[in-house]
Ligand binder design. Structure first.
Ligand code: F6R
Length: 609
């Protein structure tokens, strides 16, 4: 996720670009840059760090010109650095490009361009776009962009400028947002409305595959087949603050709704074209690498620890390697039995959590191989680990983690399939089934999010609850842990999660008339056992809310209320069943008038022990 902006008009471009980018920092803030055409050439100013660093760098020498583009970056390919910052330009400086998304086939294109003599200055996937422009340019800016779009694969929103055509910007999008703000004698481009809301309230929202040529007085839009489109103007009535949250009341809700896209981005380029397996080019493991691993430790804190528990089920059941999951702050001091035959996987959204970083260092000291799963490119944990898998969730602003968790789960499942196939312990049929289950997951997440009224009503109904219990078996238990954490951290309702079979060993004493219990029942192999546990709590007059797969006709006979999730494979079910729990926690917190995005006593990144 990154933020992009563009301006063409009668005013100086730089003030708008910098102001617009400041409203998009929630989309990325590890580096920033602008490109402005001064009448003779395109001048680029960019640097690693927050936007303020760019402001300082520009100082009094503000690039002048009335056409320009800007970018605030959240690194995916290539660590945050001056060179990797956008905009990118070709060697002649004729073209400049800003990009949000991932060019999946960039390596093949890059090799081809290098063979043709192009010299790359960055490690980014984006730079191939601008070199392709230079390679294919025949004097016609628009035609060249169209040729480039035929070659690149992946997800993108892109804005192009060309020194030979300083009267226009060209933009397009696929699976990433882009809006065009309509002014008088000036027009604006941005990843999101907050960047332009102070300049115009009239917008065109581009759809996938649309191609727009923007001049100061006109906006020409074509569909992917080159057929002109007359776009409907979308008028924004939100205030600037609401716009930053995309019209959502809180960042947490926005991030909940971003999950289909976050999971899609995290999986993109990691699923083989024939859907037979998953691919991790960043690991490049062969059988020998895995045969040497006798045990895996997964180490993390909080929500990431819960993702680790799901990961244990995935890896043990699919790749047949024993896994232990540790809370990072415990691992450091418990003198774990780790050696060279151990692989340690640390999971961390921020990549900066002090306990996780220390545990990673300890595992390394003891001789383990280390792998980090993190959302922040170039973070301390990413730098410390031997190898890294990035989740592409984009920045998570709300303290309560949502989209980071689901993308971590997607990575753990892809990793288990990858390892299972390398080790030859996964049948090709089951591998295909699992990859297919992953493939349809973003649409299932979308479907689930289409109507959450039912979940919201339940949350409001339970808002006065003093205690809540979350139960489940197997993978449902792992998700119950996360549901309970979400509820307590943002709504301050006391919540506990139990393996459903464990309740009778003590906690059942707390189940009395009216106590609220949420039971997950999505796992077929333990379904009957879960029903028995539901009967146990119902016999004590608890009020039970069940989470079940669509098509489950029996559950309603046992519980008081049910929330259905789309029918899914047992391994993708956790990535779906956590959503109702996140939404439940969110609305319970709203109903109790809690500060959802900034819960009391908590911080987003815990960099102290
Ligand atoms: C809960 C939450 C925390 C984090 C934990 C680890 O919603 O966000 O429990 O999961 O502090 O943070 P990272 O993943 O950044 O290491």
């Amino acid at each position: 996720m990154c933020g992009i902006v563009g301006y063409i008009g009668f005013n100086e471009a730089t003030p708008f670009l910098v102001d617009g980018m400041s409203k998009l920092e929630y989309r990325g803030y590890d580096s920033a840059g602008i490109a402005v055409f001064d009448g003779k050439r395109i001048n680029i100013e960019k640097c690693v760090g927050r936007l303020d660093r760019l402001r300082d760098k520009i100082g009094a020498h503000v690039p002048t010109g009335t056409i320009g583009i800007g970018h605030t970056r959240w690194a995916t390919h290539g660590r945050p650095s001056d060179q990797n910052s956008h905009p990118h330009a070709d060697a002649s400086g004729k073209f400049a490009v800003v990009h949000n998304g991932i060019i999946e086939n960039y390596l093949v294109i890059k090799e081809d361009l290098i063979a043709k003599g192009h010299v790359f200055l960055s490690e980014t996937d984006t730079e191939v776009v601008v070199h392709l422009m230079a390679e294919l340019y025949n004097g016609d800016f628009e035609q060249t962009v169209k040729k480039v779009l035929k070659i690149i694969e992946g997800s993108y929103s892109l804005v192009f400028m060309c020194a030979d055509a300083p009267d226009k910007l060209i933009c397009t999008k696929k699976d990433n947002p882009l809006v065009i703000g309509l002014g008088e004698g000036e027009n604006f481009i941005a990843s999101d409305i907050p960047a332009i809301i102070n300049y115009t309230r009239k917008n065109y929202i581009l759809s996938d595959g649309e191609f727009a040529v923007v001049t100061k007085d006109s906006v020409w839009v074509e569909d992917r087949d080159g057929v002109p489109i007359s776009k409907k103007v979308f008028e924004v009535y939100w205030d600037a603050e609401a716009a930053e949250k995309g019209g959502y009341d809180h960042f947490m809700l926005k991030e909940i709704y971003e999950q289909p896209q976050a999971v899609r981005a995290t999986m993109s380029s990691r699923i083989a074209k024939d859907e037979s397996t998953t691919i991790f080019n960043e690991l490049n493991w062969v059988k020998d690498d895995l045969d040497n691993i006798k045990k895996i430790f997964i180490i993390a804190c909080g929500t990431a620890y819960h993702a680790g528990i799901v990961g244990k089920y995935y890896i043990e059941q699919i790749a047949k390697i024993p896994v232990e999951v540790d809370i990072a702050s415990e691992f450091r001091y418990r003198k774990p039995l780790v050696d060279e035959s151990t692989l340690t996987i640390v999971i961390s959204q921020s990549g900066e959590t002090s306990d996780t970083l220390a545990a990673l260092k300890e595992a390394k000291r003891l001789g383990a191989r280390t792998l980090a799963v993190t959302n922040v490119v170039g973070s301390s944990i990413a730098r410390e680990a031997d190898q890294v898998i990035y989740t592409y969730a984009g920045p998570e602003i709300a303290v309560a983690s949502t989209k980071a968790y689901t993308t971590q789960l997607a990575v753990m499942l892809m990793l288990a399939i990858y390892m299972g196939n390398i080790k030859n312990v996964l049948s090709s049929e089951r591998s295909k089934e699992l990859v297919h289950a992953l493939h349809i997951l973003p649409e299932q997440l979308d479907e689930l999010l289409k109507d959450v009224t039912n979940i919201k009503e339940h949350a409001y109904r339970y808002k006065e609850a003093k205690d809540m219990f979350f139960l489940g078996r197997s993978l449902d238990y792992a998700v119950a842990l996360e549901g309970s954490l979400k509820l307590k951290e943002i709504s301050y309702i006391h919540a506990e999660a139990y393996a459903a079979g464990e309740l009778k060993h003590g906690t059942l004493a707390l189940i009395v008339e009216g106590v609220a219990v949420i039971v997950l029942a999505t796992q077929h192999d333990v379904y009957e056992k879960t029903l028995s546990n539901i009967k146990e709590v119902k016999a004590r007059d608890a009020e039970v809310l069940g989470i079940a797969l669509a098509g489950d006709d029996s559950i309603s006979k046992y519980v008081d209320h049910t929330i259905f999730i789309p029918k899914a494979d047992k391994y993708t079910a956790p990535i779906l069943s956590v959503l109702p729990l996140q939404i439940f926690a969110y609305y319970a917190a709203v109903a109790r008038e809690c500060d959802v995005d900034k819960p009391r006593n908590l911080a987003k990144s815990v960099t102290v022990e």
